[in-house]
Design a protein around this ligand. Structure first.
Ligand code: SAM
Ligand code: GLN
Length: 292
């Protein structure tokens, strides 16, 4: 495929075409300071603007862009420059080797949440039919990953946001995972009276005045914020989950790396035992595990 040449506006000399290589170099420059991976982001946005696989860009650096592609590329660069996560521009995010739909009603699943899934799976033998609860499922990341790895288990996924649950349901359908039920409600409320073997949660845990919130401004604040110290949701979950965990069952919670001491105190006071913490790949303690 060859793109129709266009005359580039502005300071670039007339009759110079905007080539793929130049567009990538310009885009990368624009995203420096905004993204940790400016070149990769520019490549993904340009591939999307052209509706081609990313590898096409490397094979055709001299191709000139057509005006529609230039327009699409520029407008997505602007969005990305304002801090909009790439996942909201593309509408999808990879998690546990699955492509999940995301939108601004759902947190963008983070790679470190795969640690929580990994630890949860270590507590779920392949041949057992356990009841598993994912509290605050968002786009369904944790529930879907466990459902995929443990098809015999029934996963109950809850969220207080109907809009997020709609995305999670769509993801479960797309990945043909029938072993998840979705329930709307405030933490334990939708599952009162039931019992689970495993409860996993990536709750909101960012303190209200955290300077990082500027970086997170495009994501749902209800998915992130949790009171002055970021621990309000974890206090609720610790207290309420005790009534729905099977005796000897396991609770796994993701949190910030500075919150382990407080979380140990909260869980112990609520009667959880064997409280331990797990490192993420960066060596930070990001998941706490406790026995009910
Ligand atoms: N589990 C997803 C993930 O790991 O990508 C999303 C986690 S996000 C940090 C927290 C989720 O908790 C959001 O989807 C939010 O809507 C939900 N949430 C917030 N308050 C809640 C509440 N009171 N009851 C149930 N879910 C709640
Ligand atoms: N890990 C998220 C961050 O980027 C926070 C997610 C959460 O509150 N659960 O800070």
């Amino acid at each position: 495929m060859k793109f129709a040449a266009i005359v580039r506006e502005g300071p670039t000399p007339l009759n110079e075409f905007l080539k793929i290589a130049t567009a990538l170099a310009d885009g990368t420059k624009q995203l420096r300071g905004v993204s940790d991976s400016p070149r990769l982001d520019a490549e993904l946005l340009l591939a999307r603007a052209l509706d081609v696989p990313r590898t096409y860009l490397f094979a055709h650096p001299e191709d000139a862009l057509d005006p529609v592609a230039v327009e699409r590329f520029c407008s997505s660069l602007e969005q990305r420059s304002d801090g909009l996560p790439l996942a909201y521009i593309s509408g999808e995010k990879e998690f546990w080797s699955m492509t999940l739909i995301v939108n601004q009603d759902t947190l963008v699943p983070r790679p470190e949440t795969e640690l929580l899934v990994d630890k949860a799976l270590q507590h779920i033998p392949k041949d057992r039919k356990l009841a598993i609860l994912d509290l605050g499922t968002g786009c369904g990341a944790i529930a879907l990953a466990i459902a995929k790895e443990r098809p015999h288990c029934i996963i109950t996924a809850t969220d207080v946001s109907d809009a997020a649950l709609a995305v999670a349901r769509e993801n479960a359908n797309r990945h043909a995972l029938p072993n998840i039920e979705f329930l709307c409600g405030d933490w334990i409320a939708p599952v009162t009276g039931r019992t689970f073997d495993i409860i996993a949660s990536n709750p909101p845990y960012v303190p209200e005045a955290d300077p990082d919130l500027e970086r997170l401004k495009h994501e749902p604040q209800m998915a992130l914020l949790s009171g002055e110290d970021g621990l309000d949701a974890i206090r609720r979950i610790s207290g309420e989950a005790k009534s729905v965990i099977r005796q000897g069952g396991t609770l796994l919670i993701e949190h910030g790396d500075s919150q382990t001491v407080e979380i140990t105190g909260i869980l112990s006071a609520d009667g959880w035992s064997e409280v331990s913490h797990m490192n993420d790949l960066a060596g930070k303690l990001r998941v706490t595990i406790a026995t009910g």
